[in-house]
Design a protein around this ligand. Structure first.
Ligand code: FES
Length: 193
């Protein structure tokens, strides 16, 4: 019994030693076969002249980035124009910067004082004159009047002007419903460009 146990132990020891020394050897065949298969497959695929997919994606990305950059510039330009088109806020004029100007209403035959934070149409109506208007927010042409002295920009500021273009204002036209005086002048009410 004892000798059989010793023999079994010795056998198992030999097996363990044999496994230890044989580890990592004799297992390269599969890799070689895989490589051969891959090479054969590569040979069977015809050559193409298409660019690599990766290159196409990079190229496309570059074009897209350029388009985005162009769009950004457009938005900035539009933003700049929008800022210029915005009217001023008469309520933002500080108390000590309020000034009054003499405005002659030619057709009504009177000259009245209007402050630079007072609306020309409102003050004219306060005088009891039946002046033309519709929207009262600078979006139509009903309240338009003509400044005899010259370009409207030199005599009034609009809080909003969606109607008159630069040329019409250069010719002296203003929207009395959103116009605030910055100088004295003669106004013809009910005059449209
Ligand atoms: S009433 Fe419409 S712009 Fe003055």
């Amino acid at each position: 019994m004892v000798s059989a146990g010793i023999l079994l132990g010795a056998f198992l020891t030999l097996v363990a030693v044999a496994l230890h020394y044989s580890k990592g050897t004799g297992w390269e065949a599969n890799e070689d076969i895989s490589q051969e298969v891959l090479e054969k497959r590569a040979e069977s695929v015809p050559e193409t002249e298409f660019p690599e997919p990766m290159n196409r994606s990079i190229g496309g990305g570059g074009v897209a980035a350029g388009a985005v950059a162009g769009g950004s510039e457009g938005e900035l330009a539009e933003g700049g124009e929008a800022e210029e088109a915005e009217g001023f806020d008469p309520d933002a004029i500080p108390e000590d910067e309020v000034e009054t100007y003499e405005i002659e209403f030619a057709k009504e035959g009177e000259t009245i004082e209007i402050a630079n934070n007072e609306n020309i149409l409102d003050v004219g109506e306060d005088e009891g004159w039946d002046l033309p208007y519709a929207c009262r927010e600078g979006s139509c042409l009903s309240c338009a009047g003509h400044i005899e002295e010259g370009p409207a920009e030199e005599y009034i500021e609009h809080s909003n002007n969606d109607t008159l273009n630069e040329e019409e204002m250069d010719n002296g036209y203003c929207l009395t419903c959103t116009a605030y005086p910055t100088d004295s002048f003669t106004l013809e009410t009910g005059e449209q460009p």
